[in-house]
Design a binder for this molecule. Structure first.
Ligand code: 0RQ
Length: 503
């Protein structure tokens, strides 16, 4: 209760069941949460139980669910399991949710994360009924101390008819002061430049404004973030990291950036962590990050003293990383800045700062188009997340992946991508454990030659070269030679036989 500074709001403390009862069938609910941190952990399971009971009684009850990005099993897992979600945006990595989306049981809108807040404000998605937001505390004036992610919370609090809060004592009160909540965004034609010229500028305030009259309920919790363990760095990821560090060293030697590089953005996953580890062992000093997730590798970089600051919208740590974060909080407080996703992923800022963007991919085609989201063109993995926000606007945009998936049965370099998230114009460098293809300035055919030679796995290289040679000899046009009757045959073979390899 001492975390609720606003005296009158103390009367609104209630159980998770009572809070869940404030959500009605058909409501659009904006919940906090970004990559497994700062999501509500008590109300969603209570809501799932209520919806289970309604379904058992033959009543229809589903909600439309908006978040910052992925959440945790208590939220996406519980609600998906209860068939509680009719519509979901903008990003999901929960396995139960993924399965239901791929069975066609949840309508899923996978969108650029930086677009969510402005489009909600613009009214494109209709009315937001309820916001359910996890916070660290409530101040005397009713303003809210954010938790371990910011995501779209500012927008949910502003746009929703009513706000339900989870005040989570697991979050250290020393988080107060680390957030930078910018209130200067407006809608066209009234937009003004975002006053940020360095990755670690602070341009906003440390709390969310919140009208206490809108707070319909408060639930007290003490529950940890999802904190998924990372698997140890494997040889392939280490090879990718080494290639990227060598490439950046070359760029420094060419005078295209200094020893501190340019602000770094690193995606989610194990390859991304390995790259950060490679940078920690590199000779670069005085680096800064302008990213959307702070994972264990970023903590290591901060600890090494080589990374001076990290601007992000969320933490995404392992359980061990979370322990280290809390233990070192006094040191991290000045170095870590947590912003709204609208700003962490803002194209204007990314372009101005000259961010180096590094993201994972599902597959690349020989011309450098990237699929980040849909396996075999139709089965969602997670979503585009912030990769598009960064890739298009970056100073240098890298896409990385092992050259094969599923034990070698899938080549991640294919004749034609089965779905395209990032067009070839947004992709400068592709890296697999086989090699690095620097695509800057290359025409499509030169891109194909570089990608096949440098990035493809030996098991697939000859097949790709053979396809490309025949396409060059017989395609309808020779700008990007393709043979449409054959270009997706590798995917079709996998769907039919479970293996892209012929025979
Ligand atoms: O699945 O573990 O079941 O085998 O995809 O693949 O190689 O471990 O790589 O963790 O970096 O994820 C694109 C999914 C890569 C991720 C993607 C299977 C593979 C494995 C994971 P299994 P890896 P990663 C910032 C930026 C979009 C969002 C983004 C992603 C699993 O990077 O979601 O960039 N990116 N956000 O087996 C079939 C292929 C495959 C494949 C990989 N070609 N076919 N399966 N896999 N390639 C963060 C946010 O925006 C929040």
């Amino acid at each position: 209760m001492e975390r609720i500074g606003h005296r009158a709001l103390r009367d609104r403390v209630m159980s998770a069941d009572e809070a869940a009862a404030l959500i009605r069938p058909g409501d659009t609910v904006g919940m906090s949460g970004f990559t497994g941190s700062g999501y509500p952990k008590a109300i969603p399971p209570a809501l799932a139980a209520r919806i289970d009971a309604a379904h058992a009684a033959g009543e229809a009850f589903r909600i439309k669910l908006w978040t910052g990005a992925s959440t945790g099993p208590e939220l996406d897992g519980a609600l998906s399991r209860a068939d509680a979600v009719e519509y979901r945006l903008p990003y999901n990595s929960d396995p139960v949710g993924r399965e239901k989306i791929n069975r066609g049981e949840i309508d899923y809108l996978d969108m650029h994360l930086s677009h969510v807040a402005p489009m909600v404000w613009e009214g494109f998605f209709g009315k937001l009924d309820v916001a359910v937001i996890e916070v660290t505390g409530i101040k005397e004036d009713g303003s809210l101390i954010p938790a371990t992610s910011v995501g779209n919370n500012k927008t949910w609090i502003e746009c929703a008819d009513k706000v339900i809060l989870e005040v989570n004592a697991w979050h250290d009160m020393r988080l107060e002061g680390m957030h930078d909540i910018y209130y200067g965004t407006a809608l066209p034609p009234n937009r003004v430049p975002i006053p940020m010229t360095h990755a670690d500028d602070r341009i906003g305030q440390t709390t969310f404004r919140c009208d206490p009259a809108k707070v319909a309920g408060i639930v007290l919790t003490d529950l940890p973030d999802r904190n998924t363990p990372f698997t140890p760095i494997d040889d392939g990821s280490r090879a990718i990291a080494g290639l990227i560090v060598d490439f950046l060293e070359h760029e420094v030697r060419m005078g295209r950036m200094g020893e501190g590089l340019l602000p770094l953005q690193s995606g989610v996953g194990n390859v991304a962590n390995a790259v950060l580890d490679g940078l920690r062992k590199s000779r670069f000093e005085g680096m800064r990050a302008y990213t959307e997730v702070l994972q264990d590798g970023m903590l290591d970089l901060l600890d090494s003293g080589k990374l001076l600051s990290c601007s992000t919208t969320a933490l995404s740590l392992s359980p061990e990383g979370a322990k280290r974060f809390w233990a070192g909080l006094d040191d991290y407080r000045d170095k870590v800045i947590l912003r709204t996703t609208e700003i962490s992923n803002h194209p204007e800022v990314i372009r101005r700062l000259g961010v180096i963007s590094m993201n994972g991919m599902i597959e690349a085609d020989i011309y450098g188009n990237i699929n980040s989201t849909l396996v075999m063109g139709s089965r969602i993995m997670n979503g585009i997340g912030g990769s598009g926000d960064f890739a298009r606007n970056a100073y240098l945009s890298f896409f990385v992946s092992p050259s094969t998936a599923k034990g070698g049965k899938i080549s991640t370099i294919v004749p034609q991508a089965s779905h395209v998230d990032h067009i070839t114009q947004d992709v400068q460098v592709i890296v697999t454990e086989q090699g690095l293809a620097d695509l800057r300035g290359l025409s499509p055919k030169k891109r194909a030659e570089a990608i096949i030679a440098k990035c493809a796995h030996p098991d697939y290289r000859d097949g790709l070269q053979d396809y490309y040679d025949r396409a060059r000899a017989g395609a309808y046009g020779l700008q990007t030679p393709q043979l449409p009757s054959e270009s997706l045959s590798w995917h079709q073979r996998f769907i039919e036989t479970g293996d892209m390899r012929p025979g």
